[in-house]
Design a protein around this ligand. Structure first.
Ligand SMILES: Cc1cc2nc3c(=O)[nH]c(=O)nc-3n(C[C@H](O)[C@H](O)[C@H](O)COP(=O)(O)OP(=O)(O)OC[C@H]3O[C@@H](n4cnc5c(N)ncnc54)[C@H](O)[C@@H]3O)c2cc1C
Length: 471
C-alpha cells in the first residue's frame, strides 16, 4: 500500500534530522528512512567517536609528559583500551539515541527503518512499502573507499567503521593513507602504545595542505615515534589475522612492513550505488557523487541531495550547512548558495590543524599577489605556557584588495583559533580590521593581529626572514 507524504528524507546523517524538524515544524508531513545507525557517520564511526578517542590519547600522552609539568605519577601509566572504547561508545550512543528520539517525537513525522531506493522521481521503496512525495531529500552519506589493491582480498583489514570495535591495542598498526583519517588514528594509537606505520603514496602527508604545514605535521608524528613511508607506489598486501605485511615500492626504507593490524584510510565513496538513482533520472558524476546545482537541487526537480553524497563537502559542518541552505531556500524565501561558503575544516591531530579559505599554493595558482604572516608556535606565549609549542600558524592576504585569503593554525587550540580569521572572511573585512583588533592575552588568537602586522611576500620570507625563536 502506498503512503503519501509532503517530503521524504533518506538517511539520518547531519542534514536529514534537522531538515525533518524544520519541515514538520512548517506543517509538512515527513517520512524519514534510516537503514542502519541513526546519526550516520559523524555520530557512530566518524567525528564523535574519533574525537572521544583523541581525547583519551591526549590524556595518555599528558600522563607520559607529567614530569615536564612537575607532576609525579607514582608507577607506570597504562592505557586500558576496553575503557577507552567504553567511554567512546557511551558518548556516541548518547548522540545516536538523541537523534532517533528527536525524530520519533516530531509531530507529522514517521520514521522507517530499512534500505530506501528511489522507484521514480516521486516514489521511494523500502522493501515492499512504497512512499510517495513531491519532495525527496537524499542524505545518504558515504563509506570508506576500498580500492582494488593487490592482495587486499587475502588480508583482514580495518576501516574507520571496524576500528570502532577494537578493544585491544594493536602491537603494530599499519595504516595505508596519510591524510586526515589515517593521521588521526595513527597518532591516537601511537599514544595508546602501538607501533604505527603510515604508508602514503604521495611525496608528503596531507598533500592538499601547503608543504610547510604538511612538513610540520610530519615532524610532530615522527617525533612521537610514528614510522612514515612516503612515495609508496605499488602497495601490495599479504597476511592473515594478527600478521599483515605491506610491500611498498618506496624510494627509501625496507621494501616491506610487517604489522599486526591493517587500517585502510584511503578516502571515502558515496552511498549512491544502490539507491535507484537511475530509476528516478537523478544524475551522478563518474565517482558516484550526485550532481547538484548551487542550491543543492539534483537534475530532477523536487529531489535534493545533501551532505557527503553530493561531493560539495566531506564534513559534518558542510552537511549541516547544506541543510541550512535547503531549508532557508524552501521555507524562508532565501536565496542561499553553496558557493557562498568558505572552505574550513580541522585535522584533529595534537596539536590540531585549523584551516580556513585558500592555501598559499591555491592562492598563488589563482594569481593573487600573496602576503603572508607566519610564526612557529615556539613564539606563541600561550603555547609556551602550556608546554605545547609544536606547529606553526600562517595567514595569507591579497596585497591589492587587502582581503584575507586563508589561514592555517597548526598548533594548540588551532581548531578554535581559526574561527577568528574565518569570521572576518565571512564579514569580507579588509585585513587591517583584524590587524587592529585587541585580542585577549594570553591566547593563541592574540597572535593573529600580530601576524598581520608582520606581513611579507612569501619569497621575502624564504630569503631568511622567518622562524627566529626569539619572543
Ligand atoms: C573517521 C572519520 C572522522 C571524521 N571526523 C570528522 C570531524 O572531525 N569533523 C567533521 O566535520 N567531519 C568529520 N568526518 C566526516 C563526517 O563524519 C561526514 O562528513 C558527515 O558525517 C557527513 O554526514 P552526511 O549527512 O552526509 O551523511 P552520513 O553521516 O554518512 O549519514 C548518512 C546516513 O544515511 C544512511 N543511509 C545510506 N543509504 C541509505 C539508504 N539507501 N536508505 C536509508 N538510509 C541510508 C546511512 O546509514 C547513514 O546513517 C569524519 C569522517 C570519518 C570517516
Amino acid at each position: 500500500m502506498d503512503q503519501r507524504y509532503d517530503a521524504i528524507i533518506i538517511g539520518t546523517g547531519q542534514a536529514g534530522p534537522p531538515l525533518a524538524k524544520r519541515l514538520s515544524g512548517a506543517g509538512m508531513s515527513v517520512a524519514v528512512v534510516e537503514r542502519h545507525l541513526f546519526g550516520g557517520t559523524c555520530v557512530n564511526t566518524g567525528c564523535i567517536p574519533t574525537k572521544a578517542m583523541v581525547a583519551s590519547a591526549y590524556a595518555a600522552h599528558m600522563a607520559q609528559r607529567a614530569r615536564d609539568f612537575g607532576v609525579v605519577i607514582d608507577g607506570r601509566s597504562t592505557v586500558d583500551m576496553a575503557s577507552v572504547k567504553a567511554r567512546k561508545d557511551a558518548i556516541s550512543e548518547r548522540s545516536r539515541v538523541g537523534v532517533e528520539k528527536t525524530l520519533r517525537s516530531l509531530s507529522r513525522c514517521d520514521v522507517f527503518v530499512g534500505h530506501a531506493r528511489l522507484r521514480s522521481a516521486r516514489e521511494v521503496a523500502i522493501g515492499n512499502l512504497i512512499l510517495n512525495a513531491d519532495r525527496i531529500f537524499i542524505n545518504v552519506g558515504g563509506r570508506a573507499a576500498v580500492p582494488p589493491m593487490p592482495g587486499l582480498d587475502r588480508v583482514p583489514y580495518l576501516t574507520n567503521s571496524s576500528m570502532m570495535d577494537l578493544d585491544v591495542i594493536p602491537r603494530h598498526l599499519v595504516i595505508v593513507g596519510g591524510s586526515y583519517v589515517g593521521l588521526e588514528f595513527g597518532q591516537m594509537f601511537r599514544r595508546f602504545g602501538s607501533d604505527v606505520t603510515v604508508i602514503e603514496m604521495a611525496e608528503r602527508l596531507v598533500q592538499h595542505e601547503d608543504p610547510d604545514v604538511s612538513s610540520a605535521i610530519h615532524d610532530v608524528l615522527v617525533r612521537e615515534g610514528i614510522n612514515v613511508r612516503l612515495n609508496a607506489r605499488c602497495i601490495r598486501l599479504d597476511g592473515r589475522p594478527g600478521a599483515v605485511a605491506a610491500y611498498v615500492d618506496c624510494q627509501d626504507g625496507a621494501p616491506s612492513i610487517d604489522g599486526t593490524h591493517l587500517l585502510l584510510a584511503v578516502g571515502r565513496q558515496p552511498n549512491t550505488d544502490d539507491l535507484g538513482l537511475d530509476a528516478a533520472g537523478v544524475a551522478r558524476d563518474e565517482r558516484g557523487y550526485i550532481t547538484v546545482n548551487d542550491r543543492l537541487e539534483t537534475t530532477v526537480p523536487g529531489i535534493w541531495a545533501l551532505g557527503d553524497c553530493n561531493g560539495k563537502g566531506a564534513f559534518t559542518h558542510t552537511a549541516y550547512n547544506d541543510f541550512e541552505i535547503v531549508a532557508s531556500n524552501l521555507l524562508d524565501g532565501a536565496a542561499r548558495r553553496v558557493s557562498d561558503r568558505i572552505p574550513a575544516y580541522a585535522l584533529y591531530t595534537d596539536p590540531p590543524l585549523g584551516r580556513a579559505g585558500l592555501t598559499q599554493a591555491e592562492a598563488e595558482r589563482r594569481g593573487h599577489s600573496v602576503l603572508m604572516g607566519k610564526r612557529p608556535m615556539t613564539r606563541v606565549g600561550r603555547a609556551i605556557e602550556k608546554g605545547e609549542t609544536n606547529g606553526l600558524m600562517k595567514v595569507i592576504v591579497d596585497a591589492q584588495s587587502q582581503q584575507l585569503l586563508g589561514a592555517a593554525v597548526f598548533g594548540t587550540g588551532g581548531d578554535e583559533v581559526i574561527h577568528c580569521v574565518l569570521d572576518m572572511m565571512y564579514a569580507k573585512a579588509p585585513y587591517p580590521v583584524l590587524q587592529r583588533a585587541m585580542h585577549i592575552h594570553p591566547t593563541v588568537s592574540e597572535l593573529i593581529p600580530t601576524l598581520l602586522q608582520e606581513l611579507a611576500s612569501p619569497q621575502h620570507r624564504h630569503a631568511g626572514h622567518e622562524e627566529s625563536e626569539d619572543q
